[in-house]
Design a protein around this ligand. Sequence first.
Ligand code: KIV
Length: 289
Amino acid sequence: MKQILIPKLLRHKGQEKLTCLTGYDAFHATILDESSVDMILVGDTLGLMVQGHDSTLPVTLEEIIYHARIVTRCATTKLVLVDMPFGSLQADVALNVEQSIRVFKDSGAGALKMEGATSEILTTIRHLTPMGVPVCGHIGFQPQSVHLSGYKIDGKTLPDQQRLLEEAQRLQDAGCFAIVLECIVDEVAKLITQSVDMLTIGIGSGLGVDVQVLVLHDLLGMTTGRMPSFVRQYAQLQRTALAAVNDWVDDVRSLNYPSLGESYQNPNQSLKSSEEMSEKELAKTVKFP
Ligand code: KIV
């Protein structure tokens, strides 16, 4: 197995920062596998970045498995985490365990990620970890619960801080090896990081976490619209791609594309039927490209 395994990643805690980016297809996975990033998350942000939805909620189990399979096929050296989508984890723990095992097995991922710290989620994790299924928790802002919570920064009050610390501890006790801290006040994220042995994977949660994660499309400028303030863009691929498409259309319209070198010419000046051609001439006509 070429994939980096969890014990090796855990050794970095408190030593040096780790990184994680989302990826949903072969293009992303190939780039990320070649990069120095440590983990890839096949997140349910798939719904927003790839499927054109306005939330993560419509993503199905089949869709996340389909995308995760592509990513694990193309990124063979990184730890790939896969999100359990909205509705796949409910009150029925036996069903949760069954669905989780299905995603783990069919996707080829190295770990599952689950939003929330309800008693059903904790019991599900308690069942899965002894079976060899690594689980990453997710607290703070949980996009799957956006209809109830709204978009909010968590950990601003003492009771919220206390609740977050307790949730992190419960997830660790249940068996999680890591936990996503999304949009949590920086000093609370730091406190959680210092209070657990798990890796804390922060997004919009400041410097004090073990691992920084971002959505690949945000980092590369592959999205339009308002960006959360924690995003730093390192490229403007949306703009570059739009300009490239428009340049090509202009070239086609002005007969500047294709050039002679981008077309195939008949090497024989006069057109002959295939019966009239020598074997050598015939071979030239099928030469490709
Ligand atoms: O689904 C996702 O991409 C995530 C990250 C934003 C952490 O959960």
